[in-house]
Unconditional design. Sequence first.
Length: 310
Amino acid sequence: MSAALAGRVVVAVLLALPAGVATAQKAEVAPMLHCQMIQSGEIQAVVGDCSRDGMGGPQYCGLWSLTSKQRQFSCFGNSYAGLIPGDLRGKAVTLEVVDESTVALVHKADDAWASDGRATYRIVGPNCIEHTLTIRDARSFLTAQGYREVSWCSYMNCPEDPTLHFRSGGQWTAYLSPEHGVGSRIAPSYIEQREAVPPQDERRSPFHVNWAPITFDEPFYYGRLGHMLLLFVFDNPTDLRFFCSPSGGGGSLLPGQSCPAWDFLWIIPADRYGPETDYTFRLRLIYKPFVSEEDVLEEVRRAREAMAGS
């Protein structure tokens, strides 16, 4: 059965039978589709739901794999995933094949998580994935600190350089939190006041709330995987926060190293938040050979123009 038919009710009708032979109708429910490959230009991605039983159990929906003709190893850990929306992670999620270049992951509000969520992954051009998440809460998810938090995680596959690269204080900076749960949350330099964060317990949980000693100047960061560039360019810069962990992605094949988590979140302040309202967040993920930091800035410019025009 083709992927286009998976997840639908398929009806087979026998027509033009000889006289005296009754027509027959048979209904078959196709098996649920759990993942789908999309590809264009130089990159190939596999988008999957929460069904795969990874290192932490069945919770890792998002990019199960991202490879390039320039580098055949997946960016993301084989038992993990990348661009995992926290609002869909470990939830009851269905996969929709929108077209040959676009896949959506969908959660309908239920008793376990009373929020609708739709995440789309679309390959654009030779080396870009356009990602959008729209949420609509059936009840309030405001934290005690007065905002709604919407987060993503990406568990990386054995990078030799585990740091995030971004602009800070007018210069290029490479940063990684020193320990899991320490200095993990990075604020923009262009906001007047940081939001309050919840306290951590003795296990440093939640791990993403301890402020880093630096800030970022612009709403993008990149990482390096071998000779490749993995660039994240975000919209809605005021409410954006980066966060990271040196060991969130588990053990590494590189001796003496762990796999990092390169993460981010948006907050929705209470004065702009309410249930039964749609909120949409967008980013572009560019995966290509690294050329130079000047080339990174040019890719950022093009991504911003594309998001502004869409």
